[in-house]
Design a protein around this ligand. Structure first.
Ligand SMILES: Cc1ncc(COP(=O)(O)O)c(C=O)c1O
Length: 430
């Protein structure tokens, strides 16, 4: 690392601004700021916030001991292979396990040739987008949707259009209208990106009737469906709804999954399940030498010992309790200002704020009260949706949920008061 003296002396590498400007690709401009907000230097907040921001597992649930034991076994038994390149499609035993698992759930006959292992489902989405999208192709995403996927679509210089969701997920009628409008303009709608189970951010799950209707529309418009099932296994109640992949017999559908939400985000292991014809092209696009062979073997060892099947019901119980605690606290502390629907799975509660609460005033009050959430505009292509707020109950400690929501309630009251006509700019004291 450069010393402070060297930095002061200008020894740090540095590009001429004009050279950078004329060299950047259209694609890197299209994606917007770095996903992790690199370079942001916010002042430390007055109160350490309780974070309801990340859609990530509870750190207390991470199965360290089981993973450590599986890791040791893999290194001792097959270290030489685990520490070499493994190929772009992924470790065979893990693909076999996934093919069996997804095949059984979906009632399809799948083999390892139907699975591509990726660096998380984020890597899966990037792989799918670069395989199927040309600049200018129209892609339909739900409004709202997962910002990471919107990024992956924009990174191909594709045209990102939206179809609205309601409390039950994507509206087939609205999807049909969006597609008709695009077709009239002469655009080529290529792909639909959807999160049918426990949607991020709304928590909604699409009924089988709507799935059939969407599939029918997609068929008519020769639209591919990318079905992102990141949260599908975190189900609290109700029956599993058949996937688009199952309903279509796999034709024209790419089913994306991940171990991030059930197991651990840091593994970076996700997958795409698809017909072999499509999978061959996904694999052709890979140049990152595949996902870490060592980590894939670790995951394969873990799942083949039956440990995931034991782990998932345990974490589902944890998240169910947290969802219930958050909903009860919302009813107690925030009810006059917000509306929400109880999700039947996943990590999120999606709040619609009363118009009396101005989002900007809430943001300021929430910083002062010490609670962090994600503002709804992050999930809309046009940045509308600031009247919504996404709360994640997955990561926060269960015993902190009530306090977090009490703080949010205070912030809502202050924001509502500050938003009244004639109110002082900073809002009343507590
Ligand atoms: C809907 C959805 N898809 C994909 C991802 C990416 O997760 P990962 O790359 O860790 O599998 C996320 C993460 O938040 C998500 O919410």
């Amino acid at each position: 690392l450069a010393s402070n003296e060297e930095r002061a002396a200008g020894a740090v590498p540095n590009w001429e601004a004009a050279l950078l400007e004329e060299s950047l690709s259209r694609r890197v401009r299209a994606v917007g700021p770095a996903y992790w907000g690199a370079g942001a230097t916010a002042a430390p907040p007055p109160v350490p916030p309780i974070a309801l921001t990340g859609g990530v597992p509870d750190p207390e649930t991470l199965p360290f001991e089981d993973l450590a034991e599986a890791a040791q076994t893999v290194l001792e038994r097959e270290g030489r292979l685990a520490l070499q390149y493994g190929g772009p499609q992924g470790f065979l035993a893990l693909r076999e396990w996934l093919a069996d698992r997804v095949g059984r759930v979906d009632g399809l006959s799948l083999g390892p040739e139907n699975i591509t292992i990726t660096n998380g489902s984020a890597g899966a989405l990037a792989n799918v987008c670069e395989t199927f999208l040309d600049p200018g192709d129209a892609v339909i995403a739900e409004a709202p949707s997962y910002p990471g996927a919107m990024r992956a679509i924009r990174a191909q210089d594709a045209r990102l259009e939206t179809a609205p969701v309601d409390g039950e997920g994507l509206r087939p009628d609205a999807l049909g209208e969006t597609l008709e409008a695009l077709t009239r303009e002469g655009a080529r709608p290529k792909l639909l990106y959807t999160i049918p189970n426990f949607h991020n951010p709304t928590g909604a799950t699409l009924s089988v009737e709507r799935r059939r209707a969407v599939l029918e529309i997609a068929r008519r418009h020769r639209l591919l469906i990318v079905e992102d099932d990141a949260y599908g296994e975190i189900r609290f109640e109700g029956e599993r709804v058949p996937s688009f992949f199952a309903l279509s017999g796999g034709d024209g559908v790419l089913r994306v999954g991940t171990f991030s939400k059930t197991l651990a985000t840091g593994l970076r292991v996700g997958w795409v399940a698809a017909a072999q014809e499509a999978t061959d092209f996904l694999v052709r696009m890979r140049f990152d030498m595949g996902t870490s062979p060592w980590i894939q073997r670790l995951v394969a060892e873990y799942v083949s010992r039956g440990l995931l099947d034991r782990h998932v019901p345990q974490v589902v119980e944890v998240y169910r309790r947290k969802r219930d605690a958050m909903a009860a606290a919302l009813a107690e502390h925030c009810a006059p200002y917000v509306r929400w629907r109880l999700p039947s799975g996943g990590f999120f509660l999606w709040l619609e704020m009363d118009r009396r609460v101005q989002p900007e005033a809430l943001r300021e009050a929430a910083v002062e009260e010490g609670v962090a959430y994600v503002s709804g505009d992050a999930f809309f292509v046009d940045r509308s949706g600031s009247q919504f707020t996404r709360l994640a109950y997955s990561f926060v400690a269960e015993q902190e949920i009530e306090e977090a929501i009490r703080r949010l309630g205070r912030a809502l009251r202050r924001a509502e008061a500050a938003s009244r006509p004639g109110a002082p700019q900073s809002g009343p004291a507590r």
